[in-house]
Design a binder for this molecule. Structure first.
Ligand SMILES: Nc1nc2c(ncn2[C@@H]2O[C@H](COP(=O)(O)OP(=O)(O)OP(=O)(O)O)[C@@H](O)[C@H]2O)c(=O)[nH]1
Ligand SMILES: [Mg+2]
Length: 423
């Protein structure tokens, strides 16, 4: 597919040309021309009418398949542009959705992408209907009045259906998650900008082999695996990456996937430390925006400054300090860990996870009493994997003092031992 890219920059909008090019590449476009303009948004065409003439000429000469805008287009702008250029026009968000479409493997991911697409199209079709009512004969993407109306009905119907199906999948996921928390597992979610190295980190922590690639939005599905920190069993979840200004309609469509982050106990925010400070800062804020929207800023967060194998120690240290300063007061940050997920250098991260665990209300001090010595081995194993042993007193009745996750209490009670909270 061949595309002409259009970027309009103004002081109001954060548009990165590199990122736009990266997105175009990830979606599989060959960029035949890139048009840039610095000006405030033109209400009718987004770009100015003069620039539009230039784009029109390029479309005639280069005959691309699409014109892709780096800016968000209003339905009415998209319609006006289509009328002028008579060629497929998409904006940054549709571009992101095209990439999602290519990467969606699971049924859930496919449904989520379809829902986001329909949600995006709905206002466009509404706009076309409004114009037709006003006597505009241009139609919409080659459809006449009747077809546009039918299409509108189809979108509404399909959206309802998909929401139902997603709700079913969400409930199943909820049951699975509940089981895991009941078992006493602490959930750690990996969050962060696309391509920061989240999947690589999951692999490094768990010995898994989730796909990790140097491209945007490799991961759309959610993977949850076990791993151990100082003998404690935890669960880590890797999911879809963020991007600047992730629009609410995508967040809504991917709600059940992103819910893994919302339901976690600890968040590891992964940042690509090999980028310039300016980029790290931009992506840090973009990630915080999404986490805020998800209402997930209230729990312990660890910042993982990843890919430090690509930079000098001095550079890494400086970025760590800057990040600490930046994060101060914005989230409950436990600390900044300099890591290389690729090389498996995770020591600082393990230390911070341990620190975060001790802050969790789930870990409380309990005394466990065992009368039946045959149960001792099993109880000890459970305490070791789900808690922290403090003290053991052996007599005819063994008394164990330990920090354990509240979820473990039920399991222990089931075994027939007595558990009592102590301070
Ligand atoms: N040098 C270096 N490269 C890394 C490191 N961690 C990840 N990478 C590379 O960065 C690229 C992106 O890694 P992923 O793990 O796919 O990133 P992600 O955050 O899961 O990306 P999405 O799934 O697209 O959101 C890959 O090419 C990795 O090999 C690291 O510590 N050092
Ligand atoms: Mg990934």
């Amino acid at each position: 597919m061949r595309a002409i890219g259009v970027i309009r920059k103004s002081w109001r909008e954060r548009v990165s040309r590199e990122e736009f090019e990266e997105l175009l590449k990830s979606a599989g476009y060959e960029v035949v021309a890139m048009v840039e303009q610095v000006r405030e948004e033109h209400p009718r065409y987004n770009i100015g009418p003069g620039k539009l003439e230039e784009v029109k000429r390029l479309v005639r000469e280069l005959k691309p398949d699409k014109v892709v805008f780096a800016n968000r287009l209003t339905p009415s702008q998209a319609y006006n542009l289509w009328k002028e250029l008579r060629i497929d026009i998409i904006d940054k968000w549709q571009l992101v959705l095209e990439i999602f479409e290519k990467r969606a493997h699971s049924k859930e991911a496919k449904l989520q992408v379809e829902l986001a697409n329909l949600q995006y199209e709905l206002p466009l079709v509404k706009e076309a209907i409004r114009r037709i009512k006003m006597g505009d004969r241009a139609g919409f993407k080659g459809m006449g009045e009747y077809q546009v109306h039918q299409y509108f009905k189809h979108i509404r119907y399909r959206m309802g259906k998909i929401r139902e199906e997603l709700e079913k999948i969400r409930r199943e996921r909820e049951i699975r998650r509940k089981k895991r928390t009941d078992e006493g597992f602490v959930l750690v979610a990996l969050a962060g900008y696309t391509n920061a190295g989240k999947s690589t980190l999951l692999n490094a922590l768990t010995g898994e082999e989730v796909e990790a690639k140097s491209q945007m939005f490799t991961t759309l599905d959610t993977t949850t695996r076990r791993f151990k920190v100082k003998g404690k069993m935890l669960l880590v979840t890797d999911t879809v990456g963020f991007i600047d200004g992730l629009p609410p309609f995508i967040v809504e469509a991917f709600h059940s996937t992103l819910e893994e982050i919302v339901k976690s106990d600890i968040i590891i925010l992964v940042l690509d430390g090999s980028e310039s400070w300016k980029e790290i800062r931009r992506k840090f804020f973009a990630s915080l925006d999404v986490l805020r929207e998800l209402k997930a800023l209230d729990r312990p967060m660890i910042i993982a400054l990843n890919k430090v194998d690509l930079i000098s120690e001095e550079d890494a240290r400086e970025k760590e300090l800057l990040l600490r300063e930046l994060a101060n007061g914005r989230a409950d940050v436990i600390g900044v860990a300099k890591i290389s997920a690729k090389l498996g250098h995770l020591k600082e991260l393990y230390d911070l996870i341990e620190k975060a665990l001790s802050k969790l209300p789930k870990f409380q001090k309990f005394e466990i009493r065992i009368n039946d010595p045959s149960k001792l081995g099993k109880v000890m194993a459970m305490v070791h994997s789900m808690g922290e042993l403090l003290d053991v007193e052996y007599s005819e009745e063994t008394r164990i003092k330990a920090y354990i996750q509240t979820g473990l209490i039920r399991e222990l009670t089931k075994l027939g031992v007595s558990v009592r909270k102590i301070s």
